[in-house]
Ligand binder design. Structure first.
Ligand code: HEM
Length: 123
């Protein structure tokens, strides 16, 4: 749907946080996922939510006396940070295939890293 091409600004979408060509009420539409601006908005905000949840988990991981999860949580954090930076580069570059591909490849790496750690640490 080329949702990455409708807005090539960050952190705002055009001149506002919510895409300025749409209305918030459109979330109630059954075909909300056909709107590229809203799809891009959801994608960005899901990423911010994931980063928020990560920081929450990071906090408790370092509070814990048991240091076993510190290394994996740092590695997950680095891959997550890279993913967000690559996503922003993808947006700002007008979805250049170089950044878009790295963003996609890194998303696979994130799943891989998380799967390996879940198996290794039996969580
Ligand atoms: C937790 C963080 C993120 C994850 C896991 C993630 C994951 C993904 C994945 C899997 C795709 C490919 C979708 C497809 O091929 O249909 C994608 C595409 C895209 N993402 Fe993200 N993303 C994240 C954060 C971001 C952020 C912060 C931005 C921009 C502010 C962004 C911008 C884009 C754009 C423009 C595309 C379309 C380009 C392409 O197809 O590669 N992403 N993202």
């Amino acid at each position: 749907m080329d949702a990455g091409k409708v807005y090539n600004t960050w952190p705002l979408m055009g001149t506002t946080y919510f895409p300025d060509d749409s209305k918030f009420i459109e979330f109630l539409n059954i075909n909300v996922f056909d709107n590229p601006s809203i799809v891009q908005f959801i994608h960005r905000n899901l990423a911010y939510l994931i980063v928020g949840i990560y920081i929450y988990i990071l906090f408790f991981t370092f509070k814990d006396q048991n240091k076993i999860f510190r290394k994996p949580i740092i590695i997950i954090g680095v891959s997550l940070f890279l993913q967000v930076v690559l996503g922003i580069f993808t947006i700002l570059s007008g979805v250049k295939i170089f950044y878009a591909s790295l963003h996609q490849i890194n998303s696979i790496l994130i799943i891989l890293i998380n799967s390996i750690f879940s198996l290794y640490y039996k969580i």
